[in-house]
Ligand binder design. Structure first.
Ligand SMILES: C[S@@+](CC[C@H](N)C(=O)[O-])C[C@H]1O[C@@H](n2cnc3c(N)ncnc32)[C@H](O)[C@@H]1O
Length: 209
């Protein structure tokens, strides 16, 4: 695996990036092994072959996807101040399609359990993160801005705004890029925005940066 080089733009995978972020922002200030909770575990792709794989408790609301616990991350089944590293990879879309193929995508990437904007969706989670993360512990949140209904959705700004209103402090931002943007739909008649090929990993700490 290629290791993250510690810079603010990363062109590799999440699973190469996450251990480096944990080392930089958690291990440098804490001893022992971290209690890591990935609360959108999905297929667990963040941890395949990672040196932190055995430290991860995986939570997902979808029973087919929760590694250890099936629960909503709005109500984390953990005591106050008990998590060292909380990892958040929320859905990117606010649609939930009913057609079978799109339903698969929807379950993975959409607010499949009802929300009117991703900001509304993230708000209860950020409050819960502030409760459950230990002093000096960190939140690593992956978020992407998207174009929805021909309108730019400033999801990273929504996330950082919520963090700033919580008991956490936003400390770092890494831009992750991919070589190519997503496919172009035949329904699109003219281009109105640049095509996304990046997302953000935001690091927040309970305590000072
Ligand atoms: C973008 S995917 C995560 C992908 C994951 N990082 C992986 O490596 O496969 C989002 C996941 O969040 C889950 N999810 C959506 N809302 C949730 C909630 N309120 N609580 C917990 N999990 C949720 C979905 O079931 C989906 O598996």
């Amino acid at each position: 695996m290629v290791e993250w080089n510690g810079t603010s733009v990363w062109e590799g995978s999440d699973r190469e990036l996450l251990p480096g972020i944990i080392d930089l922002h958690w291990k440098s200030r804490n001893n022992g092994r971290p209690r890591i909770v990935d609360c959108n575990y999905g297929r667990g792709l963040f941890w395949v072959g990672s040196r932190y794989e055995r430290d991860v408790v995986g939570i997902d609301i979808n029973p087919a996807r929760g590694k250890t616990v099936v629960a909503s991350n709005n109500h984390l089944p953990f005591a106050n101040d008990s998590i060292d590293v909380l990892v958040y990879d929320p859905p990117h879309l606010i649609d939930n399609s009913k057609t079978p193929r799109k339903k698969l995508l929807s379950d993975a990437y959409s607010c499949a359990w009802g929300c009117s904007s991703l900001g509304d969706y993230m708000a209860p989670f950020i409050k819960e993160a502030g409760r459950a993360i230990k002093q000096n512990g960190i939140l690593i949140a992956k978020v992407a801005d998207i174009i929805h209904s021909a309108t730019y959705q400033w999801q990273m700004l929504m996330l950082v705004g919520l963090i700033q209103e919580s008991s956490l402090t936003a400390c770092d931002c890494i831009v992750k890029t991919r070589p190519r943007p997503g496919a172009v739909s035949s329904k699109w008649k003219r281009q109105m925005h640049s095509r996304r090929r990046h997302c953000y990993l935001i690091v927040a700490r309970k305590g000072r940066c």
